[in-house]
Structures are given as structure tokens and as C-alpha cells.
Design a protein around this ligand. Structure first.
Ligand code: ZN
Length: 409
């Protein structure tokens, strides 16, 4: 029933990136204000085309990447959200459109085109900003893609961007001393000798990061008075009373509305209970504990969410509201049903097909938390009602169900 809407043209080849000098100029300002240091290792003599893989924590990533690779012409794989109301501009800077977490053969063609034109295809394989400053799940298809493109693989690992502007509260903390390292992890000759698994292993090794550890190691103090605000979006379950969805935050504190347990969030990014046990002082440890709890539900076959939602979709580069619907997420995957203009619709994302799902906190500052459901030709932004849910849990559950189903095979 949504067929009448115009779709994004995924087949149009990626453009030669214009505005490179302008982007470089803008990036230079950040280089000085954030005192960015870039360490270039083993990339001497590497010229386009090469495949650039980078970790993804904040918008700052694009600027640091510009600094690290200027003047090489790049084609960025950018999710459809990036094109909102500005398709022309994103095409002009060399964007390749992708709907997140879909298996899209058209993407391969676009990357091949970029390589054939001696450019640098850029992929953020985590496909989203990391939720809590640690490596997000990587697509298992990456090693095969590297072998197929048959060009050197370069990794750009950036540090401090999550600490400066975490996904759960984007406020710019004005961190100084951001660091990045760019290095070649596989030359063309090595690609020919390595197996797909070995390439994946190299990528996994290069992508290990923990921004809260980096913060402590580099003694970065965040004095921002609202620094804990939003942290409850990631840390949605209380380790003291185990209640879900009742965590909240204000100023420099994180607390549970069910039992009152309260943590102070230090300038160095550590949590300390005001009274009683701290449980987790390191944010990623708390997050992984939540993942363990979700995994137990998945293994027991009891993981289940259902509830009313409101939804919009983005077939091209604009939101189209499609009213209220009903979302079910369980061992079978996501199922969204609703009615629009008098007709019923159903969107199904089978669990075994999607290794991850994209979520947003307070999307664009006005819509609340949502989960994005992507098919090959449409994206649905789904906002559950009430407070008995956490989109973070959808994300964890999606990953754990996928792993569970594939391990079983
Ligand atoms: Zn509690």
C-alpha cells in the first residue's frame, strides 16, 4: 500500500565529492579547538582506491576523517536518515545511500563504482553511533567484502568523540585532546593470502575500543553540570532492585525511581553509589550486564515486547507520518501492524535476517525514543507509547536473538 510513494534512487552512481576544501577548512577549526592529534601508521604510499573503515561515535568522526585523509576523494556510505531534506547536498559530498542493517546488493555495485573511479569508499561498519563508547556489533559480511573489492583496507580509530558528545546526550562537552589513529590492516597482497575469517579477525582486533577507559587513561575531566542526563537511556535496568525502565537522570546523578538507589557520575566518567553498593562503576560493564540479562530471556524463550506505537516512514528523504500501530518484538523478530488511509499494513523483520537494529534516543529532539525498522525500500520509525520499554533493550535483544538462532544452526 505504500507503493505509490516515490523511493530514494539507490541506483544513481555516487558523485565525485565536491566541497572537499570547504570541509577541510571546517575540520581545521575543530582540530585547533579540540586539539586533535592524528597518528598515521603504515599508510605511507597508500593512494586511492583503498577501503576506509572507521569507528562511529559522533558527527565529529566526519571531520577527523577529513583531516586524516585529505585530499583523497571519498564516497561515504550514509544511512537514509542523513538525507533528510538534503539529498542534493549529501550526494554532492559523495554519499552512497544505505538503509541500516539490510543486506543490500546494490551497495556492492556502488562501492565497485567508487573503486573503479579511484576514490576511497568509506564505511562505518558499526552502522550507528556507539551507544556507550564501546565497539558495536560488526557485520559478519565485512571480510568477504574486503576480499571482493580487492583494495588495501585502512582503519581509522577515533577516540574521545563519545566522551565529548555521547549518543545518549549530544551536548558538546568541549573535550580537548581528541586522538585518532589511521593504519593499514591489510595490503592487497595480504588480502589475497588471508581467509575471510582472518580478515574479519584483523578488523575485529582493530575495532576494539572503550571510550570510558580512554577517558580515565587520559585524565579527561568533564565538568558539564548536566553530564549524567540521558545516561538512563542506555542504563535502563537498576542493578540494585533489578527493575527495568524506571531509571532516570538529572544533573550529575543517575537514579532508580523504583527503589531510590542513586549514583553520582564523576568528572572522570565513573559511577559511585551515594549510599550502599555501586555495582558497576564502569558504564560499559553495566551495559554488558543488561545484555547478559537479555540473553537469559532469549535462551529461555521468554523475551517478548508488545505495545502501541506511533510510526512514520521515510521512503525517500522526508518523513511521512502513518499514524498509530502495534509493535511486537519476540523470538520471531519485529512485527509492525497498523492502518493508514483506511488500509491495513504489516511490516515484518524476521529475527534470523537482522544481526542488529538501529535505535534513537529523543529522535531529533522532539519525537522521543524510537526503533528504526528497515526494509530494502523503506524505513519505519517506530515510537512505543508509555514508559514500559527501553529501545536499548530492543537493540540488545535483536543482537542476542540473531546470535542465538545462528549458534543453534
Ligand atoms: Zn532500583
Amino acid at each position: 500500500m505504500f507503493d505509490k510513494y516515490e523511493r530514494f534512487d539507490m541506483k544513481k552512481p555516487p558523485e565525485y565529492p565536491k566541497l572537499r576544501l570547504l570541509s577541510y577548512g571546517i575540520a581545521l577549526i575543530d582540530k585547533f579547538t579540540h586539539k586533535i592529534k592524528i597518528n598515521k601508521k603504515g599508510i605511507k604510499g597508500i593512494k586511492p582506491p583503498y577501503l576506509l573503515l572507521a569507528n562511529h561515535n559522533a558527527f565529529m568522526d566526519i571531520k577527523v576523517m577529513t583531516l586524516a585523509t585529505f585530499p583523497h576523494p571519498k564516497n561515504y556510505v550514509i544511512a537514509i536518515d542523513g538525507y533528510l531534506n538534503r539529498e542534493k547536498l549529501i550526494r554532492m559530498i559523495g554519499g552512497i545511500c544505505k538503509r541500516k542493517f539490510t543486506t543490500d546488493l546494490q551497495l556492492i555495485k556502488q562501492l565497485e563504482y567508487s573503486v573503479a573511479h579511484k576514490r576511497v569508499p568509506v564505511i562505518f561498519p558499526e552502522a550507528r553511533y556507539s551507544l556507550c563508547g564501546t565497539t558495536a556489533i560488526l557485520p559478519p559480511s565485512l571480510g568477504r567484502l574486503c576480499k571482493h573489492l580487492n583494495i588495501p583496507v585502512v582503519v581509522l580509530m577515533m577516540h574521545g568523540h563519545h566522551i565529548n558528545s555521547p549518543f545518549w546526550n549530544l551536548h558538546d562537552r568541549k573535550v580537548k585532546g581528541l586522538q585518532a589513529e589511521i593504519k593499514c590492516i591489510a595490503t592487497k597482497r595480504e588480502l589475497a593470502e588471508l581467509s575471510v575469517d582472518e580478515i574479519n579477525e584483523r578488523i575485529h582486533d582493530a575495532f576494539q575500543y572503550d571510550e570510558y577507559k580512554w577517558q580515565k587513561d587520559n585524565n579527561i575531566h568533564i565538568t558539564y553540570k548536566g553530564r549524567a542526563e540521558g545516561l538512563h537511556k542506555v542504563l535502563y535496568q537498576c542493578p540494585h532492585c533489578k527493575t527495568e525502565y524506571r531509571m532516570d537522570s538529572k544533573g550529575t546523578q543517575l537514579f532508580c525511581k523504583a527503589c531510590g538507589h542513586t549514583w553520582e557520575y564523576s568528572e572522570l566518567g565513573e559511577l559511585h553509589a551515594i549510599e550502599g553498593e555501586t555495582y558497576f562503576s564502569h558504564i560499559p560493564d553495566w551495559y554488558e550486564w543488561e545484555r547478559d540479562n537479555v540473553r537469559k530471556e532469549v535462551e529461555a524463550g521468554t523475551y517478548h515486547f508488545e505495545g502501541e506505537v506511533h510510526t512514520s516512514m521515510m521512503p525517500k528523504d522526508k518523513f511521512i507520518p502513518i499514524g498509530n500501530g502495534y509493535l511486537i518484538h519476540d523470538m520471531n523478530g519485529f512485527k509492525l501492524t497498523g492502518e493508514f488511509e483506511g488500509e491495513k499494513y504489516e511490516v515484518v523483520l524476521p529475527a534470523g535476517m537482522h544481526y542488529g537494529v538501529h535505535i534513537e534516543y529523543e529522535y531529533l529532539g522532539k519525537y522521543g525514543d524510537c526503533v528504526d525498522l528497515n526494509t530494502l525500500d523503506n524505513t519505519y520509525y517506530v515510537y512505543p507509547h508509555g514508559e514500559d520499554f527501553a529501545v536499548t533493550k530492543f537493540s540488545l535483544a535483536c543482537e542476542e536473538i540473531f546470535k542465538y538462532l545462528h549458534n543453534k544452526k
